[in-house]
Write a protein that binds this ligand. Structure first.
Ligand code: GLN
Ligand code: ZN
Length: 759
């Protein structure tokens, strides 16, 4: 007998209910009690479903109103004083940490957002300062465990582990990481005791930080934490769960510590299987074998998975192998069943969260069946996998094979182009601009929904969008920005829109996955060769440019970002997919240029996202094709055409040189909360590309003052030559409201003009 396990389940609701409830709560439309009751209802549905689908190890405390790392910080009382001083309710203090607070009780920024390892999910960075007093705060995990018990569902509570928590936290005071360890460990021990009292049998501690490169100090920290925790766990069974890679740096230590269960990612962990087979696995410990992909949506290939499980069985008896997901299912949508518009032909190849539950069950049945290859479940799956089509387009293949080195090089070199562009564009010093999108108001979304429901014609939709664009250009003129944008009103999402206009993509209606907070994206599925038919951005951009003398940026999403924010096919390498997308975009760039557009921005918001977690893999597995893919898009433009790019998040200190090698003319990026580190890195690397480090944070509704923005510009200008500097917010404005956007941008323009006048 083997068992099945789910590491974590999606939580926003299959119709994104949680997003709408929290938004209603923020607007004062529903009370905290109603919000809590709704959330409990959502949790109960999901637990019962997992139970009904036969999952043996069902998670709890995988729910969150905003983010699991923030929940952990809150549980450990890592709540900086500025938030406590607001004297809000617990729930509102929590939301203040997540979103910032601006109101009668004060004005506080949100905690920083960071990418969760190599995913498009973002966590809030916990802050530890000298005033932090780590202690058990609140009872959420215990309450939710009891809530599930009351429904008759025995769950396995999930917590971010202390090692990952301490690794991700930002230290803001004089204390060092080790200074917090004892207190953190003490709280986890208290948590163990509380669960023991509740009769919990298993507890899962997520330690994804173990799949990264670890220093000797980090390994020592990990060991010291877990020696103590394991000594104090009493009757509780402890599962150490890892995901997003393998734990090669600590495998021996992990297997030697005496965990009751160890969770390994056998999908993304390149060495996971070999580690088990070559180094052995402790007797009496359960292996939670992550074999069902938690990150992609293709049906599991039972043949391959069974072969893998049988191999593992050479080292570990079947009853000690738990068949599980490779990561939390948070990263895939709810259910294929909600996709009524997709052809059956395609749909049958997909497994979202609910279907993965069925796969776990099938795999368990097959694993226990000595003649599994004769089992109809197996045969059906084998036939399905066989029938997967690659949707080949030979012209695309030919173009890829014809690529030569020159196709990746733009001439003349940057220094020459920069002069030509300065002359051609005639911009003032410290030019102001935005990242592209303007607020997607209810009115804009309503337009799209009417189009979807055929309540307006495509022509009417286009006319309305063009009106919005004209208004947006007029607004930017009034605000006084120097380089304008069209506002991206025709785009639901920066990747989805491109997928819809290129060949090779498929779209879901309800395939939402969380990006940050309760904000979701709907990644397209790349199921075939990618190419472009006709131009699709030109009409809107040209329309915007016709409204103004100032340059309007043509706005494209880059090849790496489109790839990283899609569910990719698995039958060809990512490198080839990226080149295919790049060639399609190259045609669009040429058309924009031919139609008089002088600046083209090619967003690579997600470039950093899939950077391998281990340094040794950075170049060979990723940068060696990702950077060329970007270069391919713009290598043929005229010298006077200025190429911009934008990256979300400034954590690219380690790959600054590679970013410079993208050979864009201008890059904007997040720096509002942390400009120092990145600016230093740029200076050290003698970064040639002009830069627009974001001067304020758009992920929160708060309006930055002119003084605040001035201070940011002045600080950056100290280090980077003013001729190279742009002034912009740190990301697109689509998630913001109109009033706060206008107020913020006015302050930005005033600040830039103020600094300009001192030059
Ligand atoms: N141009 C896009 C926008 O402004 C970029 C968004 C992003 O970086 N995530 O919305
Ligand atoms: Zn961005």
């Amino acid at each position: 007998m083997s068992k099945t396990a789910v590491i974590g389940y999606p939580r926003v609701g299959s119709q994104r209910e949680l997003k709408f409830w929290t938004e209603d709560y923020f607007k004062g439309k529903i009370s905290a009690d109603v919000l809590q009751a709704n959330a409990a209802e959502l949790r109960s549905k999901q637990w019962l479903l997992q139970q009904q689908r036969g999952v043996d190890f069902i998670p709890s405390n995988d729910f969150s109103f905003y983010d699991g790392v923030l929940d952990t910080a809150f549980l450990l009382n890592a709540v900086p004083k500025v938030y406590r001083d607001l004297r809000l309710s617990d729930l509102d203090t929590y939301f203040a940490l997540a979103r910032g607070y601006q109101g009668p009780k004060g004005d506080v920024k949100a905690l920083s957002l960071r990418k969760w390892f190599n995913t498009n999910y973002h966590y809030l960075v916990p802050v530890l300062d000298d005033e932090t007093e780590i202690r058990l705060n609140g009872s959420v995990p215990f309450d939710q465990y009891s809530e599930a018990m009351a429904l008759g569902v025995r769950t396995r509570p999930v917590l971010i582990g202390p090692f990952t928590f301490l690794t991700l936290a930002e230290l803001k005071g004089k204390k060092r990481r080790e200074d917090y360890t004892a207190a953190v460990v003490a709280v986890y021990r208290q948590i163990f005791e509380r669960f023991t009292v509740l009769g919990t049998d298993w507890l899962q501690l997520d330690e994804p930080a173990l799949v990264t490169d670890l220093s000797a100090d980090e390994i020592a920290l990990f060991i010291s934490i877990y020696r103590e925790l394991l000594a104090g766990k009493g009757g509780l069974k402890l599962l150490l769960q890892t995901y997003f890679g393998d734990i090669r740096d600590v495998y021996a230590q992990v297997t030697g510590l005496g965990f009751d269960g160890i969770g390994l990612d056998l999908v993304e962990g390149k060495q996971s299987k070999d580690l088990v087979l070559e180094k052995g696995f402790p007797q009496g410990t359960l292996l939670f074998a992550g074999v069902v992909n938690g990150k992609n949506i293709w049906r599991n290939d039972y043949g391959k998975t069974l072969t893998l499980l049988k191999e593992l069985e050479q080292s570990i008896p079947q009853e000690r192998i738990v068949i599980g997901t490779s990561s939390s299912l948070l990263l895939v949508p709810y259910t294929v069943a909600a996709e009524t518009a997709l052809p059956e032909e395609d749909k049958k190849h997909f497994a979202f969260a609910e279907e993965k539950l069925l796969e776990l069950n099938d795999l368990k049945t097959l694993f226990e069946d000595p003649n599994y290859t004769e089992n109809p479940l197996y045969k059906e799956n084998a036939a399905l996998i066989q029938s997967r089509s690659s949707h080949r387009d030979n012209t695309v293949g030919d173009k890829i094979s014809a690529l030569r080195n020159d196709d990746f090089i733009r001439l003349p070199v940057f220094a020459e182009r920069e002069k030509i562009q300065k002359r051609a564009l005639g911009l003032p010093l410290l030019p102001t601009t935005t990242i592209g999108s303007f607020p997607q108001t209810a009115a804009v979304k309503a337009l799209r929904s009417k189009l979807r429901k055929n309540e307006i014609t495509a022509e009417e939709y286009k006319t309305a969008v063009k009106q919005k664009i004209a208004d947006c250009v007029a607004l930017q003129e009034e605000i006084g920005l120097d380089v304008l944008v069209h506002g991206e009103f025709e785009r639901n999402d920066m990747v989805e829109y491109f997928g819809e206009n290129l060949n090779g993509f498929l779209f879901t209606q309800n395939g939402w996955v969380l990006s940050y907070g309760t904000r979701c994206v709907k990644p397209p599925i790349i199921r075939g060769d990618v190419s472009r038919g006709k131009p699709f951005t030109v009409e809107y951009i040209v329309h915007a440019q016709q409204q103004t003398e100032k340059p309007v940026k043509g706005m494209l999403t880059g090849p790496v970002t489109i790839l990283n924010w899609s569910f990719p096919r698995e039958d060809i390498p990512n490198r080839i997919i990226a080149f295919q997308i790049a060639l399609a975009l190259k045609e669009e760039v040429a058309d924009l240029e031919a139609n008089g557009i002088r600046i083209v921005q090619i967003d690579e918001a997600a470039l950093k996202e899939k950077l391998p977690l281990r340094r040794a893999d950075w170049r060979s597995d990723y940068l060696d094709w990702a950077i060329p893919a970007f270069r391919l898009v713009h290598s043929s433009v005229k010298p006077e055409t200025q190429i911009h790019t934008h990256m979300c998040y400034s954590e690219f200190e380690d790959i600054v040189q590679d970013i410079d090698n993208m050979d864009a003319d201008v890059i904007s990026f997040e720096a509002a909360r942390s400009h120092h580190a990145i600016v230093d890195a740029l200076v050290r690397a003698k970064f040639k590309t002009e830069v627009g480090p974001g001067v304020y944070d758009i992920h929160s509704p708060r309006v930055p003052s002119e003084e605040e923005i001035t201070a940011a510009i002045v600080a950056i200008k100290e280090e980077i030559a003013v001729e190279k500097l742009w002034v912009n917010p740190d990301c697109g404005l689509k998630t913001r409201g109109e009033p706060e956007t206008i107020a913020s941008l006015k302050n930005l323009v005033k600040a830039a003009r103020g600094v300009r006048s001192t030059l």
